[in-house]
Design a protein around this ligand. Structure first.
Ligand code: HAM
Length: 426
């Protein structure tokens, strides 16, 4: 082994294992999100975790932090530049076009779930491998869909029991509005150039909009006085944004207009939104999810003009905000079998299979340990009912049924086992 190989084994920095019982909390969020998305007519899409690098460079934007600093890019054995996906929208657009969906259906509604990769500074709520669940709609230009997506995300978080949500909306205008705003913003920032962080001094020349979401405190102070993008919207963008607000009002979704919220990806046109958690201990990483409209991207990637809108939320952040201890999300066993003697064990093995086939969560002690240890384990797995079978019960065709909740036990006929268990756990 080389020196490096002999180092203590550990996961890659910024990436984490997900173990029980936390995985149960994750599973719960995923299940609820899928059910919500499907109730709105979204269908699942799965794309590869890697794409050819230019896809992300072209869609997310060459001068965004994601592309400039955060991508996991490498050359594969075919000498092609490959990147671990930093987000899901670019891949969705690629798949949409590769499978000619705009020609096949007027409206496409997709949802996805999976790991994303960004080489960011790791901290609580920010990881280098993180999980997103997201949705994308293609083919709908009307503002009601923007509002419906916001309502769906806020509704999902509410259903999960997350309180203190802060929903921010903005419009970054269409490509026809952007140059005017860009010029006004650059003119405002120019006198502060030397006070801006090194990155923002560069951004001032390459992509001044990105200065608005700089994390540095001093830059944020400067940005406070910057002109508002909402004062630079053309008629079409203004009308669309008013439509989004009217639909949100109709749906009863509370929101704040935040003209400085531009989000970190370049493909947005028009509506942008974020849902933040005001409570909890996420600190600066309190944005649970965000998205917006990207009406130009499909065309820019070589497809037909296709309006689009979507969002994604981060599973880690949602799970960190979700109330409830992780182990309360684990289903636990309903029935646990404890046995004494080889014949009894084989009998229990068969009964457990039989119960599982009937939809019960059933288990038995496989290890050859004493009755006390077996009962302790039944308690640990949270069993509602314990079935005890020893030589005596085997001989009499009986079993001892212990109701763990009532702390009572009685002897029953083996033939009544399933019915008795059903009575107690269902
Ligand atoms: P995003 O704002 O870059 O948007 O990411 C969405 C969410 O993913 C964030 O609000 C956050 O919860 C989570 N997230 C992002 N980076 C990290 C990280 N390093 N660690 C943990 N969680 C993270 C998008 O990715 C867009 N594709 C959303 C979208 C879909 N827009 C239109 N369609």
């Amino acid at each position: 082994m080389s020196g490096r190989d002999s180092e203590k084994l550990q996961a890659v920095k910024g990436m984490q294992d997900l173990l029980p019982p936390d995985s149960a909390k994750w599973g719960y969020v995923e299940k609820r999100a899928r059910a919500t998305f499907e109730s709105y007519g979204y269908r699942e899409v799965r794309t590869p975790i890697v794409e050819y690098t230019p896809l992300f460079v072209r869609s997310i934007g060459e001068t965004t932090d994601v592309v400039e600093k955060e991508m996991y890019t490498f050359t594969d054995r075919d000498e092609r530049s490959i990147t671990l996906r930093p987000e899901g929208t670019a891949s969705a657009v690629r798949a949409l076009l590769e499978h000619s969906l705009p020609a096949k259906e007027p409206v496409t509604r997709w949802y996805y779930s999976g790991p994303m990769f960004r080489h960011e500074r790791a901290q609580r709520g920010r990881y280098r491998q993180f999980y997103q669940m997201g949705v994308e709609t293609f083919g709908i230009a009307e503002p009601t869909i923007d509002a419906e997506q916001i309502a769906m995300l806020v509704g999902l978080f509410g259903d999960l029991g997350i309180t203190g949500l802060d929903t921010r909306i903005n419009s970054v205008g269409g490509p026809e509005d952007r140059p005017k705003y860009r010029a006004a913003l650059a003119a405002y920032l120019e006198p502060f150039r030397s006070q801006l962080c090194a990155d923002c001094q560069r951004r001032l020349d390459t992509n001044p909009l990105r200065v608005l979401d700089c994390k540095h405190e001093n830059d944020q102070k400067i940005v406070k006085g910057a002109p508002s993008i909402l004062d630079h919207l053309g008629e079409a963008a203004k009308a669309h944004f008013a439509g989004v607000q009217a639909a949100l009002d109709a749906l009863g979704v509370a929101y704040t207009i935040d003209p400085k919220m531009v989000r970190g990806l370049d493909y947005y046109t028009g509506t942008t939104f974020e849902v933040r958690a005001s409570g909890g201990d996420l600190g600066a990483q309190n944005t649970l999810g965000g998205g917006g409209r990207y009406d130009r991207l499909v065309q820019e990637m070589g497809g037909p003009a296709t309006p689009a809108t979507g969002f994604a939320f981060g599973l880690e952040r949602v799970v960190l905000t979700l109330p409830g201890e992780a182990d309360t999300f684990e289903p636990g066993a309903e029935v646990f079998f404890a046995s004494h003697g080889d014949a009894a064990k084989l009998y229990c093995l068969k009964q457990v299979q039989n119960l599982r086939a009937r939809g019960f969560r059933a288990d038995l002690e496989h290890r050859n340990v004493g009755m006390k240890a077996q009962l302790k384990r039944a308690d640990r797995v949270g069993a509602r009912v314990v079935v005890i079978v020893g030589e005596q019960e085997m001989a009499a065709n009986q079993a001892v049924l212990r109701d763990m909740k009532a702390s009572e036990q009685r002897t029953i006929e083996a033939a009544d086992l399933v019915a008795e268990i059903k009575r107690l756990v269902r």
